[in-house]
Design a binder for this molecule. Structure first.
Ligand SMILES: Nc1nc2c(c(=O)[nH]1)N[C@H]1C(S)=C(S)[C@@H](COP(=O)(O)OP(=O)(O)OC[C@H]3O[C@@H](n4cnc5c(=O)[nH]c(N)nc54)[C@H](O)[C@@H]3O)O[C@H]1N2
Ligand SMILES: Nc1nc2c(c(=O)[nH]1)N[C@H]1C(S)=C(S)[C@@H](COP(=O)(O)OP(=O)(O)OC[C@H]3O[C@@H](n4cnc5c(=O)[nH]c(N)nc54)[C@H](O)[C@@H]3O)O[C@H]1N2
Ligand SMILES: [Mo]
Length: 810
């Protein structure tokens, strides 16, 4: 076993020019370097060769789709997938002895990077009320404790069950079943913070929350717009699909405030021209848009398309599609014709010429796909933006046919599948009816809490028990100070996790760590070896077969933990006295059989979830199952039975003079809340994550210089100060007024109330901030200390939440 580093890595920032290409040979080298550091050579080798192969392990990284069986490379993974897998397959271990040596108070001051580096969790641990150490506990007692807390609640709605998109379908199905049999729809998930806006807008306009394209469509599109996503880092295998599109004659337009390396040029390590040649230029056009300008861009574009139709009637719009399949066109077009060009140019920061050139590309293209990710969904007007993208696609009938459509690029490998399985606080009645038919209990019908509302409820003391299936809620959720306090106010927090993270250290009065098998590991139950299933961003459901020896003999699978907990809570549970309801025997759910044989779970899924008939037999076929998307069959499950054109108004964001709009994004070397190193190779940042990327002219105007230390201070309301301290200023080619910094370090700045309209998704790409020089900050602090302190409301952060781990001394 390799010893984990005991000290925090020393931060020493160096900055080099951003890279202009992504994913060539050095990428393979970087992945290997990380593998060899993290695991034994043999463990790394065995894992990688079966990643994303038929009957292999589904990469636990992103949700990008695999090529069809027979078309996969021998190395069907990317640099970041390799890092991710080896982060799970690490030979480092967190044992009971580790927790004896490190009190929770100390762990709470550690950086996210350090916590993750300690290795895999190995046995169940409990932190008792008022104790400062986790201590070992048996599985029996741990689940008994959790069941006891759950059954002693006044109502089931005092519990929250969070899911992160790593969980496989079987575990997700079991968790939602348990929660609903227990009596609550409080099933927030990471998707609330990820593609909730996409789901909402697509549901409303197309009647389905999912994307409409497959990998083949991308290969054969004439034009692909990549809006608000950074595939070189976050979906590197998407670059292969984009390269294929280019080889087939397609064009690509990237819309992004940052000139991300992966958008510019791709050197495919799987091909000779990628290894020794110049690689493939990805974007034919790069629109360096201002943060939040996408709605304006698409409205301007739509207006130009309507005018092109006026000029040459019958040649631009797909009248047949508009007439037969849509409604609301007249209202939409009347509205878009009034869009003001000055507003569009101000909001986008683009020239009219640039937008007209896109129009010309569009007019030359029969088949168009729009891909988007967090650069679109994490804005306050994300939902109208995506609705406007749908308008754009519909104008020329780019829906429901080959090579065309909407492609929300999902994040976590099974985030889409978890939703399909019922992890959603507002599942429709049709799903709940099916559960009722299958299991004979009446699921609660009132909508539950999403992530933001769960934090509010926890903060107000309305939630007593928080259970997480994977993830790192405390760091993934906005407004660190509020979220941390919310967690601390729970009576019990419990995490089913593979690795140590901040959510284990910022916890309820009692806290449980329930360590589990990772997807790379063999999962043997009483009926034999099990596999799990997952659904990728393109609605393909297939198996994932763990092969490695489990990190510890004491690990249980996610399914086993949840089935045992359900049995202890529901079957052995006492009467729920709130409404005189008894849980005992109300539902007839074969938890034991589910645990023994995941095929039994899939059998039930096949009865409950549409599109999963004959699931067990079909899913083991090479390539698995492609779920039908009604849009591709010309069916729009909206109330009108048609796809909906929408009118989307917008107002320019209120950014006062001297302020910047900050987006919080991922470095090349992190997985969501978990940094792997302090580097961001493609952006030329090395040795520190506490940097803020700012346009050089803005810096000059603000009187700041490269390398200076600043505090990022959020501007939202006057009641609470949100401050992220000691960030180094890095001049960067970003549009005027738009800055960028990494999350989760900046999570403290995202106000809980700053959410996308309708979807309630945190607007973590649109934070209005000022940059305060260290000296100014110090003066402000001294002035504050001089004032008599008023008793603070506990909801207010009493200290900047981020000055602990990783914060450089001022
Ligand atoms: N290696 C790695 N892979 C990952 C992840 C990871 O952390 N590491 N996370 C996974 C998850 S859960 C997800 S959801 C995805 C996230 O994948 P992305 O959405 O690519 O992730 P972000 O880093 O948030 O980057 C957002 C991009 O949008 C751009 N952007 C920001 N604001 C705007 C805007 O207003 N308009 C436009 N047009 N662009 C904007 C940013 O400059 C950036 O390029 O990646 C998944 N894959
Ligand atoms: N400011 C800001 N905030 C954001 C975002 C942003 O761009 N900016 N992005 C948002 C997005 S898109 C997302 S998806 C969320 C991510 O939110 P989460 O999904 O909650 O966070 P992760 O960092 O992916 O969770 C990592 C933890 O999951 C656990 N884990 C890993 N693999 C497994 C497994 O196989 N099983 C189990 N049981 N546990 C496992 C490990 O303990 C690890 O520490 O964050 C959101 N938050
Ligand atoms: Mo995500």
């Amino acid at each position: 076993m390799k010893k984990p580093p005991s000290e925090e890595p020393e931060e020493r920032l160096t900055v080099t020019p951003p890279k202009t290409w992504a994913a060539g040979v050095p990428a393979v080298g970087h992945a290997l370097a990380y593998s060899l550091d993290e695991t034994s050579v043999r463990r790394a080798g065995t894992t990688l060769l079966i990643v994303n192969q038929v009957h292999g392990i589904d990469c636990p990284g992103c949700a990008w789709a695999d090529p069809a069986p027979g078309h996969r490379h021998r190395n069907e993974y990317c640099e970041n997938g390799a890092k991710h897998i080896n982060d799970e397959a690490t030979s480092r271990r967190v044992t009971a002895d580790f927790f004896r040596r490190h009190p929770v108070s100390e762990l709470g001051r550690r950086s996210d990077l350090w916590l993750n580096q300690q290795g895999r969790l190995t046995e169940p641990m409990v932190k008792r009320p008022d104790a400062d150490h986790y201590e070992p506990i048996s599985w029996h007692d741990a689940l008994g404790l959790l069941a006891e807390e759950l059954t002693s609640l006044d109502t089931p709605d005092e519990a929250v069950f969070y899911t992160s998109g790593r969980a496989g379908n079987e575990a997700a199905f079991v968790l939602q079943l348990f929660a609903r049999a227990f009596g609550t729809n409080n099933l927030p998930d990471c998707s609330n913070m990820c593609h909730e806006s996409s789901g909402f807008a697509l549901h409303e306009t197309l009647g389905t929350g999912k994307g409409t394209v497959g990998l083949e469509d991308l290969h054969h599109a004439d034009l692909i717009l990549l809006v608000g996503q950074n595939p070189g880092t976050n979906h590197p295998r998407q670059l292969s699909a984009l390269e294929q599109a280019k080889l087939n004659g397609g064009r690509i337009i990237a819309v992004n405030p940052l000139p991300e390396a992966g958008l510019l040029r791709f050197r495919n390590p799987q091909k000779p021209r990628g290894v020794i040649g110049p690689g493939t230029q990805i974007a034919d056009r790069f629109l360096q848009i201002r943060s939040g300008g996408d709605l304006a861009l698409f409205q301007g574009l739509n207006r130009l398309l309507l005018e092109a139709e006026d000029a040459r009637p019958g040649t631009v719009l797909d009248h047949d599609f508009i007439r037969s399949s849509t409604s609301g066109f007249d209202e939409f077009s009347a509205h878009v014709r009034t869009v003001d060009w000055d507003d569009v140019l101000t909001a986008t920061g683009l020239s009219r010429r640039e937008i007209e050139e896109v129009r010309d590309d569009v007019l030359r293209s029969e088949r168009i796909i729009v891909c988007w990710a967090m650069g679109v969904t994490q804005h306050r007007h994300a939902v109208p933006t995506i609705r406007e993208i749908v308008n754009f696609l519909m104008l020329r009938g780019n829906l429901g046919r080959a090579g065309a459509g909407a492609c929300p690029v999902r994040g976590h490998s099974n985030v889409q599948g978890d939703r399909t399985m019922g992890i959603w606080e507002q599942m429709p009645d049709t799903f709940l009816d099916a559960l009722q038919r299958e299991f004979g209990f009446d699921p609660p019908r009132a909508h539950g809490l999403d992530s933001v509302n769960a934090i509010r409820a926890m903060h107000e003391g309305r939630i007593k028990v928080f259970l997480a299936l994977a993830g790192n809620f405390v760091r993934a959720a906005p407004d660190s100070a509020v979220t941390e306090e919310a967690m601390r106010r729970c009576r019990l927090t419990a995490h089913i996790s593979t690795k140590l993270n901040r959510s284990h250290t910022v916890c309820g009065r009692t806290a449980l760590i329930l360590p589990t098998l990772g997807r790379t590991e063999r999962d043997i139950q009483s009926a034999g070896e099990q596999f799990v299933t997952v659904e990728n961003s393109m609605s393909e459901v297939h198996t994932s077969n763990g092969r490695l020896k489990p990190a510890s003999k004491l690990l249980l699978s996610e399914v086993a933990i949840l089935c045992r907990l359900a049995r202890r809570t529901l079957d052995e549970g006492r009467t729920l006295d709130g409404e005189g309801r008894t849980l005992d025997g109300e539902a007839d759910i074969p938890w034991d059989r589910f645990e023994a044989d995941y095929g039994a779970i899939r059998q039930c899924i096949s009865h409950v979830v549409p599109g999963f008939h004959d699931f067990n037999r079909r899913v083991v076929r090479p390539g698995g199952i492609r779920l039908p998307n009604p849009v591709n069959e010309g069916v729009f499950a909206t109330p009108a039975g048609k796809a909906l054109f929408t009118r989307n108004g917008w107002a320019a964001p209120d950014v006062p003079e001297g302020h910047l709009v900050l987006q919080t994004l991922r470095s090349h070397d992190q997985w969501n809340t978990v940094p792997y190193t302090d580097d961001d190779r493609y952006r030329g940042i090395h040795g520190s994550r506490r940097v803020v990327l700012v346009n050089p002219e803005d810096l000059a105007e603000l009187g700041l210089a490269e390398g200076q230390s600043v505090d990022l201070v959020g501007v939202w309301d006057d009641t609470v100060e949100r401050r992220a301290s000691a960030f180094t200023v890095v001049p960067y080619p970003t549009p005027r007024g738009c800055a960028a910094a990494y999350f989760p370090e900046t999570q403290v700045l995202v106000p809980l109330d700053s959410v996308a309209e309708s979807s309630n998704q945190p607007a973590s790409k649109a934070i209005v901030v000022t940059l305060e020089q260290a000296e100014q900050a110090e003066q402000a602090e001294q002035a504050e200390q001089a004032e008599p302190t008023e008793p603070t409301e506990p909801t207010e952060p009493t200290e900047p939440a981020d000055t602990g781990p990783g914060a450089a001394p001022r």
